[in-house]
Design a protein. Structure first.
Length: 495
């Protein structure tokens, strides 16, 4: 604890964002380049080095937050990088994409703004790369055992890196033409530039991990063939079966799933397309769904030049402060948050009829109507109460040319044949069944991440990858020294 009074003398200061008018004209990350390091040591000084650091429990990775806060406050970046990477394979991802449940569990957050843990994490990761603190770590010797990992999202990559470093020969199978899963084609560039992803993949290649892109297990490679070729298989395909909106008019053209829309915008950034065939340019856009994926659609549509963008959230607008009865500290509270995309929509007035920024809260879609050519032109909605019951007389209509459904995901995609070919047992909600050791009902086959847990946060995805790697290592060798930060039945803190 470098400054015992830091939390009393230093106010919270977040990584500043670039001006809205500037950043919506490009796809670069929203933060001011180089503006984090000058402020981060003092921000780390605000950590109180609590006797019981609840930030540990709030983060499924078990990040050693007080330790690396202290090291950053002393500007010992090498030691800080070592402590950070001891629990997190990809802190530059989580430092940009995680909603920071650790900050909700910060003891300081009981009555003050929390420590900027997420910003400190990003600063350490970026400094580590700049200073060469993250060289490849290939194993000293090979075990002679082989593992196939299906899926290259954060769970698959974390599992593959841990198993490779343990000495096993690992091949990662990815159905898309590039690696990264949703981090590649689901996360917009303005939230995380893809060079961060490429850098980690380069590190993993140098360590010995093999990658097979454009290979869909269940179609291009039969699941049984893969199982017979490897000593163990890890399924980390994610929860890509999107939820549907069953209302009249859904069949109209111009209504798309968010994960049909976002990958096309990312492919434009990759240079695959000159323009997205679903571009929001000049269109009136309505996003159905109030979560992070909806916000990603919002920021993308703004950058594409939409005529208007409105986001519908079925929940009531939350308050500015934590509700101690519903979400007591140290649980993650449901409060009003202004993401970069919502800040942009607010300042640019993309949705004049919205309650706040671009969002209409407590709004439920009733039906769509279209023109004579079958294209959607109107969205009919109604206000709902806390039990999602329609409020009489609250119906209204929004003009729309493009509707994006961001309603979440229910489990792994069944269309590729992987589940059926292996004969995997499923939970009633559609996720893959597994036991306390991450093993499925099929010998030698393990499941981790959103495919088994259900949709969750990136920190849970990485924690699942690390934990399943330990389970596979134990299965292959009889014991393991790999860390297992969570079990398959662990859940976030709640009341």
């Amino acid at each position: 604890m470098a400054d015992p009074k830091g939390f009393m003398t230093t106010p919270r200061q977040d990584w500043p964002r670039r001006p809205v008018e500037e950043r919506v004209r490009d796809w670069d990350e929203v933060y001011v380049p180089g503006a984090l390091l000058p402020i981060i040591s003092e921000q780390a000084d605000r950590c109180m080095d609590c006797g019981v650091p609840f930030c540990h429990d709030a983060c499924p990775l078990g990040n050693l937050i007080p330790e690396w806060n202290d090291l950053v406050s002393r500007e010992d970046w090498l030691a800080a990088s070592d402590r950070l990477h001891a629990t997190n394979n990809f802190p530059e991802f989580t430092g940009r994409l995680c909603p920071a449940p650790c900050e909700a569990g910060c003891v300081l957050a009981i009555n003050q703004p929390a420590v900027t843990i997420k910003n400190v994490e990003a600063a350490i990761a970026d400094r580590a790369w700049a200073e060469g603190f993250t060289p490849p770590r290939p194993p000293d010797r090979l075990s002679g055992r082989t593992v196939a990992v299906i899926g290259s999202g954060p769970t698959g990559l974390a599992a593959a890196q841990q198993l490779t470093r343990a000495g096993h020969t690992v091949a990662v199978y990815e159905k898309d033409d590039r690696l990264g899963g949703l981090m590649r084609y689901g996360i917009p560039e303005f939230k995380m530039e893809k060079h961060h992803l490429e850098r980690r993949i380069g590190q993993m290649r140098a360590e010995g991990t093999k990658f097979r892109t454009s290979t869909q297990v269940g179609r291009d490679v039969m699941a049984d063939d893969l199982r017979s070729r490897y000593d163990a298989v890890v399924i980390a395909t994610g929860a890509t079966a999107w939820r549907e909106l069953h209302v009249p008019g859904r069949e109209l053209t111009g209504i798309h799933q968010a994960m049909e829309y976002l990958p096309l915008a990312n492919r434009v950034r990759e240079g695959d397309l000159e323009a997205s065939p679903m571009s929001a340019a000049g269109r009136h856009v309505v996003i159905v769904g109030g979560g992070d994926t909806g916000a990603d659609c919002l920021g993308t549509a703004v950058r594409e030049g939409a005529a208007s963008v409105t986001q519908l959230d079925i929940y009531a607008q939350p308050g500015e402060e934590r509700d101690e009865d519903a979400d007591p500290w140290p649980t993650y509270p449901k409060i009003y948050r202004l993401s970069a995309a919502h800040e942009e929509a607010r300042d640019l007035r993309t949705a004049p009829a919205a309650d706040a920024d671009a969002r209409l809260f407590a709004a439920s879609t009733l039906r769509f109507s279209g023109d004579e050519s079958g294209h959607v032109r109107s969205l009919h909605l109604v206000e709902v109460d806390a039990r999602r019951r329609p409020v009489r007389g609250s119906e209204r209509t929004l003009p729309v040319d493009l509707v994006l459904l961001a309603l979440g995901f229910s489990g792994p995609d069944r269309e590729d044949g992987l589940v059926e070919q292996l004969g995997l047992a499923l939970e009633p909600r559609g996720t893959i069944t597994r036991d306390a050791g991450f093993a499925t009902n099929v010998p030698g086959v393990f499941a981790a991440g959103d495919a088994a847990r259900g949709q969750s946060l990136i920190v849970w995805a990485i924690a699942e990858g690390r934990a399943v790697a330990a389970a596979v290592d134990r299965h292959l060798t009889g014991s393991t020294r790999l860390p297992a930060p969570i079990g398959p039945y662990d859940r976030p803190m709640s009341v």
